[in-house]
Design a binder for this molecule. Structure first.
Ligand code: SF4
Length: 582
């Protein structure tokens, strides 16, 4: 591992050991790795899972995911936990035994409400479990003595399709690749019309071709396993059950583009999967499927390192992910140049997501015709969905592209549906009139999140939660997003408490369009989507909360001028507004 990769790794270890990262540790790490102190300090400050003051021995992060966290009284459970342990939310108790905070979706929407305790998911919370947790924490019982069922994360696969039904043995895709050769394999990937499953839908074959043709001292393959879009959890299952096919997809890509090194960038919330992934890599090395002279080919060397993220949603954006891999804050780069030409360490880099790489392994083995037999002409193959929210069976479903929203709702047992959020908060909010639309890149695209909201849900609360999510996750680099997302949240705050007027709706529209148009990266371009969709399809939900007045001040102007009057020593009648003017 090079120094910058060591940095995140060492910071994670320090965080685990001391429960925070002190200024002294920052200086020592900087000296150890010959990095500027300012760089190490900036990294610690940027990532949510690195703390500058001590967390508790039991550090609890309660998922506030819109889809599951607030379902079944998630907020009440959080309050109950805080009350039972006598610690405020967002704080560490004085004796440092416990700290509690909220966090964005932890990828357990099919197990909600849920939380992470010392990085381990604890699922299906209820009041009884919360009470028992509090007792165990006060008794200082180690987590391995807690009921094992509390930590049992199931796959919840309810519908298998092209990928999940297809069986492969380790090495099958690689052997087929070596038989076809570099060009033959790339042609097969191009002919399959495989598009990136992360949501953007860029052609995988073209990405590999561009990277292969780009000049550089080294080429790299990166797996984006930073599945952070609220409502998405299918990569969790893929990493658990199909890690072998994932590593094989990376190795096939490496063979095609000429890379010797790859990285899996694993989201911090999935750190508990690290031992399993490391064991998979070890096993593949033993089988000769990773390392030097892969499958006996003396000129085919490739290996994979795993880098664990630290709670920054923005690192799902590929250039921010590369910055993070380089041991920096995950701030998106200006593009062009694109990562295929100027990626990790300035070298040509392919970044593909988990599902894409697994699909590539299957295509390499079974051929493009197997893949294009399903789907639509512009969206071939199948898509894995993480279905959550108000339905009978939240879980993972695989469908061929082209299926309608209504068909999906029928299969997962969703009734009385008011709205569906496809693609997470950055995606599309659909009302009932749109349920005949198709799941496809050319119609309703998605990275995999499919949240269902029934008629009992307050749609404005959901939009408000999405706005709060983006205001929190904005990396702060560019003004339109940093300021705009806060303004949008504040505008919604005002409407939520019944103080919004019609012109506030117009202002939300105006600011949303500014944020969408002028932000630097994809997060900003999509952050206003829920508000814009809400204003278009659920305008009644906004209107019902408006005050009957055209304008309502957020504060009393006359009272606000009191300090100025005191400072200028003018507090006569003339220095006050007429009654009704303020
Ligand atoms: Fe950061 Fe938002 Fe600007 Fe992207 S759009 S660079 S997330 S501030």
């Amino acid at each position: 591992m090079t120094e910058h990769l060591h940095l995140l790794h060492i910071l994670h270890e320090l965080q685990q050991k001391h429960r925070y990262i002190s200024e002294k540790s920052i200086c020592e790490v900087a000296a150890q790795l010959s990095l500027p102190v300012s760089q190490v300090r900036a990294v610690v400050a940027f990532y949510a899972f690195f703390y500058s003051t001590p967390c508790g021995h039991y550090h609890i992060l309660f998922s506030n995911c819109t889809s599951c966290g607030y379902r079944a009284g998630g907020t009440d459970l959080l309050r109950l936990l805080s009350q039972k342990l006598s610690v405020n939310i967002g704080q560490t108790r004085k004796d440092e035994q416990v700290s509690i905070d909220e966090t964005s979706c932890i990828g357990m929407c099919d197990h909600g409400p849920s939380l992470l305790i010392n990085g381990v998911p604890l699922v299906h919370l209820d009041a009884e479990k919360i009470e028992q947790m509090a007792t165990l924490i006060e008794a200082d019982k180690p987590l391995n003595g807690w009921p094992p069922a509390w930590f049992h994360v199931k796959d919840h696969i309810y519908k298998r399709g092209l990928l999940l039904d297809s069986s492969l043995s380790a090495g099958d895709g690689l052997r087929a690749t070596l038989t076809r050769g570099r060009e033959g394999t790339l042609t097969e990937i191009i002919q399959s019309k495989l598009r990136g499953r992360g949501g953007a839908g860029f052609s995988t074959g073209l990405k590999w071709r561009l990277c292969q043709q780009a000049a550089g001292e080294a080429h790299y393959v990166v797996c984006n396993a930073d599945e952070g879009e609220p409502g998405t959890f299918k990569d969790r299952m893929l990493l658990q059950q199909h890690a072998d096919a994932l590593c094989e997809g990376m190795t096939i890509c490496a063979y095609v583009i000429g890379a010797y090194q790859g990285f899996i960038y694993l989201r911090g919330e999935y750190r508990y999967l690290l031992p399993h992934l490391q064991a998979t890599l070890m096993h593949r090395r033993k089988l000769g499927l990773l390392g030097t002279a892969i499958l006996g080919q003396t000129e085919f060397d490739f290996d994979i390192d795993i880098v664990v993220g630290a709670g920054a949603y923005i690192c799902g954006e590929e250039s921010a992910l590369i910055e993070s891999l380089e041991g920096k804050p995950g701030i998106p780069r200006s593009r062009p140049p694109f990562p295929v030409a100027h990626g990790y360490l300035g070298q040509p880099t392919v970044v593909n997501n988990v599902e894409t790489l697994i699909a590539a392994t299957h295509i390499a083995c079974k051929g493009s015709a197997w893949f294009t037999a399903l789907g639509t002409p512009a969206s071939t193959g199948s898509k894995l969905l993480s279905i959550s929210g108000d339905c009978a069976a939240p879980g993972i479903y695989e469908y061929p592209f082209g299926i309608t929203i209504q068909q999906i709702l029928d299969e997962c047992g969703a009734v009385n549906v008011q709205a569906v959020q496809v693609g997470g908060p950055a995606g599309t909010l659909l009302d009932q009139t749109a349920f005949n639309r198709q799941l496809a890149f050319e119609d309703v695209g998605t990275g995999g999140s499919f949240m269902i909201f029934n008629q009992e849900r307050d749609i404005l609360t959901i939009i408000h939660q999405f706005a709060a999510f983006f205001a929190h996750e904005s990396c702060g680099f560019c003004t339109p997003c940093r300021v705009g997302t806060i303004l949008l949240k504040q505008g919604l705050d005002k409407i939520m408490i019944g103080q919004g007027a019609r012109n506030d709706m117009a202002e939300l529209q105006r600011v949303s369009e500014l944020v969408r148009r002028y932000s630097h990266c994809g997060l900003g371009h999509t952050a206003a989507n829920p508000i814009l969709d809400g204003l278009q399809y659920f305008s009644q939900a906004f209107e019902q909360r408006l005050t009957p007045y055209d304008f309502t001040a957020r504060f009393k102007l006359d009272a606000a001028l009191q300090e100025a009057r005191q400072l200028t020593r003018h507090d006569g009648k003339e220095a006050h507004l007429e009654q009704g003017q303020d």
